[in-house]
Design a protein around this ligand. Structure first.
Ligand code: AMP
Ligand code: MG
Length: 432
């Protein structure tokens, strides 16, 4: 897809900064739909039940046997024939001989003749001949003989075989999200393994010759790589299995070698750094030449320069995000998280935005969608309010850590006044 001349344009200083050139800008919405159109799906795999938690089922699971598997007692009490208790009342209890006990887990149960009853525990099989259970509290609790003070109807306190699911019925179908309840059902119908949409494998690469790994004291000119931790965590939070593969210096050949070696094990690649206009912005240089990764100017702040495309035979999606941590996280939230959710097979790939009252004035550049870091509060009346955290600088990691949301200021809004409503994207941890 190429930009067309109708798109808004941005004035961009060239490398020297003296001359100014105009290049087309794409809107956030356009870039996002390009991303989502490109993202395909990951082949389903079979996993053990607990490993499938949070994933989407990719098969039909039928109940091979009825659920419950047999008629059983819903209460502790006495298995009876309803017809024997027609006259029972508190004033005139009916006394029946107790001919045995039926326990939960009992594998075989003797039949029960007319005018008799059996003591029975919750979950135990209803003895042949009985058609109802009288709860303990409507009896005198007798062991050899029991006085019952209430009539019963056929089926009272009996859980029927197959009343939950009939044999051969669909238990769960493709697309079902496997939370605790669904895992319970799969176990109940006897499936210890299921075919699911797997967690996409996301590889995170930090580029920059200034970067050092955490644990090493950064000297003059050196910067500790925090992006790879942030993005690996964000990718996991989005539902991916994330791998940090460490730092690549600003060197074409080493970047291409590393990406080549990672392609086999990744469903999606994220790089940070090296995407602006500088002479050493090698990600843009090296990948821009391949033809399958496009570096675009996007009408957003931060994150206005970044790349997206595919690599290798399998057309593995790659996001080349800016190096500044705030720009990298905003870009992740806007483009990469929805892509990961799509790879997971989720129907709704977007976070739920909320409306909040602005507690302070917020300004924004015309024509760009601005993402400011914010602190979202819940007021006593249940409404949300939001204040800004930190300035515009997208290198501010401490203020990023103090924020819990992004405030989204639309392209055509240049000012939000205190008390106005503003759209907020919460960054609270999602359930994996
Ligand atoms: P770049 O996009 O490569 O021009 O980098 C922009 C800014 O982000 C520079 O100040 C970099 O030092 C910083 N930066 C790049 N990568 C990282 C990283 N992985 N962790 C922390 N800061 C980074
Ligand atoms: Mg760099």
């Amino acid at each position: 897809m190429t930009d067309n001349g109708d798109l808004p344009t941005e004035v961009v200083p060239d490398i020297g900064g003296a001359a100014r050139s105009r290049r087309p800008m794409r809107t956030v919405a356009e870039q996002l739909s390009r991303v989502l159109d490109t993202i395909g799906s990951v082949d389903p795999i079979e996993l053990a039940l607990l490993d499938a938690q949070g994933l989407l089922l990719a098969e039909q699971v039928m109940a091979d046997a009825p659920l419950p598997g047999f008629d059983n007692a819903a209460m502790d009490g006495y298995a009876v024939r309803a017809v024997d208790l027609k006259q029972a009342s508190v004033e005139h209890p009916v006394a029946l001989p107790v001919v045995g006990d039926v326990l939960a887990g009992q594998r075989s149960v003797a039949g029960m003749g007319p005018g008799l009853c059996m003591r029975i525990m919750t979950g135990a099989p209803i003895p042949p001949g009985a058609d109802a259970v009288v709860p303990l509290e409507h009896t005198d609790g007798g062991v050899a003989r029991v006085a019952i003070s209430r009539p019963a109807r056929t089926g009272d306190c009996v859980r029927r075989a197959g009343e939950d699911l009939a044999a051969g019925a669909l238990a769960l179908g493709p697309g079902a999200t496997l939370g605790p309840q669904q895992l319970a059902l799969l176990a109940a119908v006897g499936h210890d393994r299921v075919v699911v949409q797997p967690r996409p494998r996301v590889v995170v690469v930090s580029t920059g010759s200034e970067l050092v790994d955490v644990g090493k004291r950064a000297g003059l000119g050196e910067v500790v790589d925090c992006n790879s931790y942030m993005l690996a965590a964000a990718a996991r939070d989005a539902g991916a299995d994330a791998y940090r593969v460490g730092i690549v210096p600003d060197d074409h050949a080493r970047l291409l070698d590393l990406l080549d070696s990672q392609l086999l094990r990744s469903d999606l690649i994220i790089t940070t750094g090296g995407v602006s206009l500088g002479a050493f912005d090698i990600v843009k240089d090296a990948l821009g030449q391949l033809g399958s990764v496009e570096f675009t100017s996007i009408a957003m702040e931060p994150g206005s320069s970044q790349g997206f495309g595919t690599l290798g035979r399998d057309r593995t999606p790659i996001f080349c995000l800016p190096g500044n941590p705030v720009a990298a996280l905003v870009s992740f939230e806007v483009f990469v998280r929805p892509a990961i959710r799509k790879l997971l097979g989720k129907r709704n790939v977007h976070r739920q935005n909320i409306q909040a009252i602005a507690l302070e004035r917020m300004d924004s550049r015309d024509g760009k969608r601005e993402f400011r870091r914010g602190l979202l509060h819940r007021e006593p009346d249940g409404r949300y309010s939001v204040s800004l955290v930190g300035g515009r600088g997208s290198h501010l990691v401490a203020s990023l850590a103090a924020s819990n949301c992004l405030v989204i200021i639309e392209e055509d809004v240049t000012e939000v006044v205190p008390g106005a409503r503003v759209t907020v994207q919460p960054l609270m941890l999602a359930q994996r």
